[in-house]
Design a protein around this ligand. Structure first.
Ligand SMILES: [Zn+2]
Length: 438
């Protein structure tokens, strides 16, 4: 009886496997070439605050629903813990020390007090960015960014037919502008849309109804952060339904970096490469009802561009440092399991600070240059409280060497810098948001 049951179960699982594989093959190899592509970056969204990633509260019910019919990458790491370097890595499939966009505009404004000659980093012209690639491949290209850094000044506009950038107006405004382009977007033969939502970024707002009865009580930051996630989730759902993205569209949902919520003593990002600042969601939704799948091996946000190239049938590019994730989706896990993934943070705001991180299997190595080396076991120590650098010295040393080897041998582009002056009105606005210190 037991044997019979086992036989029946294996036949069923084989059938399910064949069915899901065939859906994926059809989707990936033939049809997707003519599908629309939508890339959604939710600024400052750490993955462990999403119920789809196991959080005990329901913070993003739409993303959870979507992930059930999508590919969800459980362990995705951002190339940096700051907006401009990490988003430039999404756009170029290069690490920050390669494309050299190391700081955003706002950080430069703060840095100017100590370093008056500091200039704004810009993506070098010779790098073909994600929107340029789509434009060349025949897509109409649109972008709305609610983060002031992601705009023309740092070269993020290259390749877009239309782009709007503003500084934190909220998801409602992003959708309003997106919907106002609907006719034009849908007129195009196929389109690429980049949306950069900002809501989980500080300063947090108490978003009702998710933030329960604010009354006169003092703002509770963690609860407010979570309410911002629910708020943006509801607007992504609205956009998805308005444009019918369940049909002929591939959607990528990710973040530029995470957020410290006092895990290591402070709130915000761009302070370190601890897990809470770099572990982000990555969900890829293929149209046509493909089975949902969860992928365990570590991946990076520099993998998004090569994966999209693969999806739309473009040749693999030697300039991509990231890997296409389609073989991994098809079950070819082995080489992904042994991969070293990197993250990098460089800032010169008051003092010069440089962080280098390597992620390998369950381990996370972080080196704050000239200060402290740390190794954490991500599986056993989710909060990264126990530094096992000396205990597992051999692994830590190898991870450090792998970073240094890659760092020395990789292709690095010449840094492109431009002068930039912020107008008075914009400067005042940024001061009120707390980005620019007096
Ligand atoms: Zn950001």
């Amino acid at each position: 009886m037991k044997q019979k049951l086992v036989r029946v179960l294996s036949v069923i699982s084989l059938a399910v496997l064949l069915l899901s594989t065939s859906i994926l093959n059809i989707n990936c190899k033939k049809k997707l070439k003519n599908y629309n592509i939508v890339v959604i970056v939710i600024d400052t969204l750490r993955s462990d605050k999403l119920d789809a990633y196991g959080y005990e509260k329901i913070t993003a019910p739409f993303l959870t629903e979507l992930s059930k019919k999508s590919i969800l990458f459980e362990n995705t790491f951002a190339a940096s813990s700051w907006t401009s370097p990490s988003t430039a890595s999404i756009f170029t499939s290069l690490y920050p020390f390669q494309h050299k966009v190391l700081m955003g505009i706002l950080a430069h404004i703060n840095a100017k007090k100590k370093y008056p000659d500091i200039k704004i980093d810009r993506i070098p012209e010779e790098i073909e960015t994600m929107p340029e690639i789509f434009k060349k491949a025949g897509y109409s290209t649109f972008a709305i960014s609610d983060n002031f850094n992601i705009g023309d000044k740092q070269g993020f506009d290259q390749g877009f037919d239309k782009m709007i950038t503003y500084g934190y107006k909220g998801a409602e405004q992003v959708n309003k502008d997106l919907f106002s382009w609907k006719e034009e977007i849908e007129k195009s033969e196929k389109y690429f849309i980049y949306l950069h939502y900002m809501d989980p970024h500080g300063p947090y707002h108490a978003r009702e109804p998710w933030y329960k009865d604010p009354g006169n009580r003092k703002l509770e930051p963690l609860e407010a952060y979570e309410s911002e996630i629910s708020y943006v989730d509801s607007y992504i759902k609205k956009a998805y339904e308005e444009f019918g993205w369940d049909k002929n569209t591939v959607i990528v949902i990710t973040a530029d970096h995470g957020e410290g919520l006092w895990d290591h003593g402070r709130q915000g990002h761009g302070f370190s490469l601890y897990r809470e600042e770099i572990q982000i969601p990555l969900i890829i939704h293929f149209p046509g009802g493909a089975e949902g799948k969860r992928i365990k091996p570590n991946v990076s946000n520099i993998d998004i561009l090569p994966t999209l190239r693969d999806i739309i049938g473009l040749q693999k590019s030697d300039s991509d440092e990231g890997w296409s994730l389609l073989p991994l989706v098809r079950g070819e896990e082995e080489k992904y399991k042994n991969r070293y993934i990197f993250s990098y943070l460089w800032k010169k705001v008051t003092d010069l600070v440089e962080f280098k991180a390597t992620i390998y299997k369950n381990f996370h190595f972080q080196n704050k240059i000239s200060l402290k080396k740390e190794l954490f076991n991500l599986m056993l120590d989710h909060k990264e409280k126990k530094n096992i650098f000396f205990k597992a010295f051999k692994i830590a040393r190898e991870m450090e060497l792998q970073f240094e080897k890659f760092f020395s041998n990789c292709k690095k582009y010449e840094k492109k810098s431009v002068n930039y002056k912020l107008n008075k009105e914009r400067l005042e606005k940024l001061k009120t948001l707390g980005y620019v210190q007096e």
